[in-house]
Design a protein. Structure first.
Lengths: 307, 452
């Protein structure tokens, strides 16, 4: 039997661990999205599993190549997959972009024998594409179960109107990702309801956040973010919930830019879903890394009485 | 119409049953839409007895739901009603409505068809069709005939001009069947025709040939995630728009949108919804959508003069006599805005329906803040067509459309002698083509009968 020790509320708790998941954090989760990584790890301990970090991981490649014969761009995710297979059969990620790149590469290796051989020759491994790639949310749904999660919630987020923002990377391309319903996913909503919050339905929930446009043409990305946030706010959202550091950068950190352009815009906090999970599971808010959120969520949380 | 006395008809009947070498010169038509009606009238006028089997309480089919028809814009009911009445009064046509084919045995010249006559809970022999029961029935429910936009009583006929004009009770909606009380219709009926104890019964018909004209359905709006899974109330399908536009429809012919009854000032029509999309829906072209969408937009402009109609299309397939002229007139004279491109998403924002599309001719993204959207959804076979094909021993294709014996030269025959197909059961068709197809099937039957 293995145990973990974690500070919950004012006390330290010993938590029994039932299983491990091999975990690929990705670069952003060690820098800009540390709060995402840390809260996910702590929450998993509370839920009885540990995120076991993959050894010697590298960048996932950040984008899945658009050109089908671009083997070079497939090598980093392939190497990650091959190493992971040596350690286990399931690989989990948090960042939606990493999830997208790794899952699609895995599928390609699985289905395309010629590419598989070529890639294996390059990376000097023999990986057959037999890993299962799961997103953290999928683990919560399939392995933990939302009804069980609801039972474990210590501090239900009652009265919080949260807009679940999927972005594109979790879902698209639909055929390859197979994450949830392609046009109207509900997994994220189910998760929020399990925590006791009210999920706000808004039409932009699967629209693109502007992605890397925020580097080359920041105006485009700002406009995308304004539309997404505006639509959520109009539908009654008090906060946004994200699964992706890239989206979070665009819809959270860009809010100051939006405010300069659109004077009537009123910023709302953007959470990583694991931060909300942490609050609901009773973790001390000081351990949830809110100092990394661009729009300070503490006023909203204290107003709602979650602190 | 062929005028024959009752006596003649009866003598003819004996003559038929004593037909040559046991070859029965009597036909069955399955499906009472425009194709089935046309085939029945042809056969009846040819002097042969016909049994017309229809699963709904009255005949007329899809055409009865339409408002006006292209390219002449004449009223569908005005052109159809004489036909339904003729069918109903024809001495040689026997109507078995509210009935379904249960089993088929035998071969050309001697088919034995077992037919299930569904319990109407009304004794049609006694019923005079006065309509009192429908007036007094307290149970109102969304009407399937009006595409769930109008209300229908639990005891109902499909339309005021229904043939036969006899009501049926829907036990799922009837208070007596659900709660064991009410019985208003029984109390009010002046001839005591209501019979709650009625059961389905089976009758057998012996016929020499069968024409299958079971028609089509539309792919449900809720199949389209990108268009809101049918959850946006002001996104409707083409048949629903026909009902809105029809004088006998839920709005008595005024164009009012379902959500709040307002007159829509901007309407977006989307062609090829579910058609010509091999990856996700139906790979085939439904053939009528280009024309009826053009018609819808024009009818809309005739009723809402200051309204704007947008049509998103892939290309216009107006291959029929007078069809292209009809479309051109809509574009040039009625100010309908045709946009070549697809729509990627529809959602509701406050009381508007937002449509995101693209105009591929200018290469620009288009966003329309519309009041209503009409989807020209793909034609699909009726859902039990494959099952019926199994009973008849004929083939159906992967979608469920019935397969003809030979694509070009034998378009109405099937692999089984004596069984013919007509209308949209074989594939998407407009009214003119369906009628021509039915006429062909009827003439094939007459040819077969004449040979023996």
């Amino acid at each position: 039997m293995r145990y973990a020790c974690l500070r919950v509320g004012r006390r330290y708790a010993f938590l029994e661990l039932v299983m491990d998941y091999l975990y690929f954090p990705g670069c952003t989760l060690y820098t800009k999205a540390k709060n995402f990584d840390q809260t996910a790890r702590n929450c998993s301990l509370l839920l009885g599993f540990e995120l076991k970090e993959l050894k010697n991981w590298t960048c996932c490649g950040a984008t899945f190549p658009l050109a089908t014969d671009n083997i070079m761009a497939l090598l980093p995710p392939s190497r990650i997959l091959a190493t992971a297979r040596e350690e286990g059969t399931v690989l989990t990620t948090l960042c939606a972009v990493c999830f997208n790149v790794i899952k699609r590469t895995n599928r390609l290796i699985q289905g395309d024998g010629e590419k598989r051989d070529k890639i294996n020759n390059f990376i000097e491994k023999n990986y057959q594409g037999d890993l299962q790639i799961l997103h953290y949310l999928e683990i919560l749904k399939q392995d933990i179960g939302f009804p069980q999660l609801r039972e474990k919630v210590k501090k239900p987020l009652e009265g919080l109107l949260a807009a679940p923002y999927y972005g594109c990377m979790l879902l698209r391309p639909f055929k390859e990702m197979g994450f949830d319903d392609k046009e109207k996913p509900t997994l994220f909503e189910e998760f929020l309801e399990a925590l006791g919050a009210k999920a706000i339905e808004f039409p932009y929930k699967i629209e693109c956040c502007g992605s890397f446009q925020s580097v080359g043409s920041p105006d485009v990305a700002t406009e995308c973010a304004y539309k997404i946030l505006g639509s959520a706010i109009q539908n009654g959202a008090e906060a946004m919930v994200s699964t992706c550091p890239m989206c979070t950068f665009n819809i959270d950190h860009k809010q100051s830019d939006i405010k300069q352009k659109h004077l009537d815009f009123k910023p709302i906090p953007v959470f990583y879903f694991t931060q909300l999970l942490g609050i609901a599971m009773g973790l001390d808010y000081r351990t949830l890394g809110f100092e990394q959120n661009a729009v300070d969520p503490l006023p909203l949380l204290s107003e709602k009485g979650f602190l | 119409m062929l005028v024959v006395s009752k006596e003649w008809s009866e003598s003819r009947q004996t003559e038929v049953s004593n037909s040559h070498n046991g070859f029965i010169k009597k036909a069955m038509v399955i499906g009472g839409g425009i194709a089935g009606i046309s085939a029945s009238i042809d056969l009846g006028n040819g002097g042969y007895e016909v049994v017309l089997v229809e699963k709904l309480p009255s005949i007329g089919g899809r055409m009865l739901q339409l408002s006006e028809t292209f390219p002449t814009l004449d009223c569908a009911q005005c052109t159809l009603t004489p036909k339904t009445v003729e069918t109903g009064q024809h001495p040689l046509i026997k109507l078995l409505t509210y009935s379904e084919v249960d089993r088929v045995e035998g071969r050309a010249g001697d088919f034995r068809v077992k037919i299930r006559r569904k319990a109407a809970y009304v004794d049609w022999e006694k019923c005079t069709g006065c309509g009192l029961c429908q007036q007094k029935c307290p149970s109102k429910n969304p009407s399937e005939f009006d595409r769930a936009m109008g209300l229908e009583k639990a005891i109902y006929t499909l339309s005021p001009q229904a043939v036969p004009n006899k009501p049926v009770i829907n036990p799922n909606h009837c208070r007596y069947f659900q709660e064991q009380k009410c019985k208003v219709c029984q109390k009010i009926c002046p001839v005591g025709a209501i019979d709650y104890e009625q059961q389905d019964r089976f009758v057998e018909e012996r016929v020499g040939a069968i024409v299958t004209a079971v028609g089509f359905d539309l792919i449900p709006v809720k199949s389209f995630g990108e268009y809101g899974y049918g959850e946006v109330p002001d996104v409707i399908d083409g048949l629903a728009f026909e009902r809105l536009n029809s004088a006998s429809g839920p709005t008595t012919g005024e164009i009012r949108r379902p959500s709040d009854g307002k007159i829509p000032k901007e309407v977006v029509f989307i062609q090829c919804t579910g058609s010509r999309d091999p990856e996700r829906y139906m790979p085939y072209c439904s053939r009528v959508c280009c024309m009826y969408t053009g018609k819808h937009a024009r009818l809309y402009k005739h009723k809402v003069h200051d309204g704007q109609a947008y049509i998103f299309y892939m290309d216009i397939r107006s291959t029929g006599k007078g069809y292209e002229e009809f479309i051109q007139q809509g574009m040039e004279e009625e100010g309908i805005l045709y946009l070549r491109g697809r729509v990627s998403r529809i959602f509701r924002e406050r009381d508007k329906v937002i449509v995101w599309g693209v105009d591929t001719l200018t290469g620009k993204k288009v966003e329309v803040s519309a009041d209503m959207v009409v989807l020209a959804t793909a034609m699909i076979p009726q859902k039990d067509t494959k099952e019926l094909a199994g009973k008849l021993g004929i083939k159906a294709d992967e979608y469920g459309f019935l397969t003809e014996a030979q694509r070009k030269l034998r378009p109405v025959e099937t692999d089984i002698e004596g069984i013919f197909i007509a209308g949209c059961a074989q594939g998407p068709k407009d009214i003119a083509d369906a009628v021509a197809h039915a006429n062909a099937a009827a003439s094939k039957v007459q040819g077969l009968f004449a040979k023996h």
